[in-house]
Design a binder for this molecule. Structure first.
Ligand SMILES: NC(=O)c1ccc[n+]([C@@H]2O[C@H](COP(=O)([O-])OP(=O)(O)OC[C@H]3O[C@@H](n4cnc5c(N)ncnc54)[C@H](OP(=O)(O)O)[C@@H]3O)[C@@H](O)[C@H]2O)c1
Length: 293
């Protein structure tokens, strides 16, 4: 791969800062960053030579592989280089990997979402953004929570039908007003903070799918969860079952080709400033941190 744009996610600075410490790595040195977009420069044995020159987006480039995307060139297994449809630029390609595939799994692990109501907590975040876009494109009614007018504008632009500030007033009441029968699927970024809210707005048989781990631990209200047969699901992209990952890649590609996905506002860095790019993500940049290679 010749990398054109590298996308930075929280997982990249966490891994670089030692989140995987204690787990043995077979590599003496690794290049960071899972996501990116570029052009196939050369192919290995068994790969269709016609792929040379193909524009692609990359996912999991640095997973079990020393060649992440913060470099001029990378080497990845062929399935992790996915063709970019005509007219889709490298920036959008570099937005996709971790956030869009995570959003897809959170939405679909418990079945289709068309005709359902989906609550996306933190709708202006990278995963939240693609959860809104994928759910809306699939025919769901989408409610997003945010903490500010700036983030409300992002969630609305992504297509959320209802946007609720979770830090003021009565968020459960406002979500209930938008979804009187309750929400069917909750894509959750802060389980400990939001579990009580989630339980208050969940429909019977709803799934609460959490993909982020912070230091704070949730308090489980088991009877509340049990009486409505709620599902509490945990999701980690690196260990999603292979068939579900393949389906996520196919569905994200289809949504991309259909024009249903958009990039977040970009914060751009040069490759020489890759360390500052990681710091920006760690500092909670709103939007997408990209490295121009
Ligand atoms: N399990 C996985 O495979 C996986 C995959 C992707 C990401 N992640 C993790 O998920 C987290 C988010 O990733 P990201 O790339 O989407 O980050 P991001 O772009 O920084 O977005 C995080 C969003 O969460 C919102 N948020 C924080 N606390 C909240 C709360 N109590 N209620 C509602 N929203 C809240 C933030 O907005 P406000 O602070 O304004 O509310 C922000 O919009 C990171 O910890 C990342 O490591 C895990």
């Amino acid at each position: 791969m010749r990398i054109v744009v590298s996308g930075v996610n929280p997982t990249d600075w966490k891994a670089r800062a030692g989140a995987g410490a204690g787990r043995p790595t077979p590599f003496p040195e690794v290049v960071p960053n899972q996501d990116g977009a570029g052009v196939v420069d050369a192919v290995g044995e068994g790969v269709d030579p016609a792929r040379v020159g193909q524009r692609v987006w990359l996912y999991l480039a640095a997973f079990g592989n020393p060649y992440g995307t913060a470099a001029e060139y990378s080497v990845v297994p062929q399935e992790r280089a996915v063709p970019l449809p005509d007219g889709v630029d490298f920036d959008l390609g570099a937005n996709l990997g971790v956030p869009a595939l995570t959003a897809h799994r959170c939405l679909y692990a418990d079945g289709p979402v068309d005709g359902r109501t989906v609550l996306v907590a933190g709708g202006a975040g990278a995963v939240g953004h693609f959860a809104i876009e994928l759910a809306r494109a699939a025919g769901a009614t989408v409610i997003a929570t945010v903490s500010s007018p700036e983030k409300a504008a992002l969630a609305t632009a992504a297509g959320a039908h209802h946007v609720v500030n979770y830090r003021s007033g009565d968020p459960a009441g406002r979500i209930r007003a938008a979804a009187p029968d309750g929400v069917d699927r909750i894509v959750e970024v802060a389980l400990a903070d939001n579990l009580a809210l989630d339980v208050a707005v969940a429909a019977p048989h709803a799934s609460i799918v959490t993909y982020a781990a912070d230091a704070k631990q949730p308090t489980l209200t088991v009877r509340d969860l049990m009486t409505r047969n709620l599902v509490l699901r945990f999701m980690m992209l690196y260990t999603v079952p292979p068939d579900a990952l393949a389906r996520a890649v196919a569905d994200v590609s289809a949504a991309l080709a259909a024009g249903s996905l958009t990039p977040l506002p970009a914060h751009r860095f040069t490759l020489g400033d890759a360390a500052r790019a990681h710091d920006a993500v760690q500092g909670g940049a709103v939007g997408k941190v990209l490295i121009d290679v």
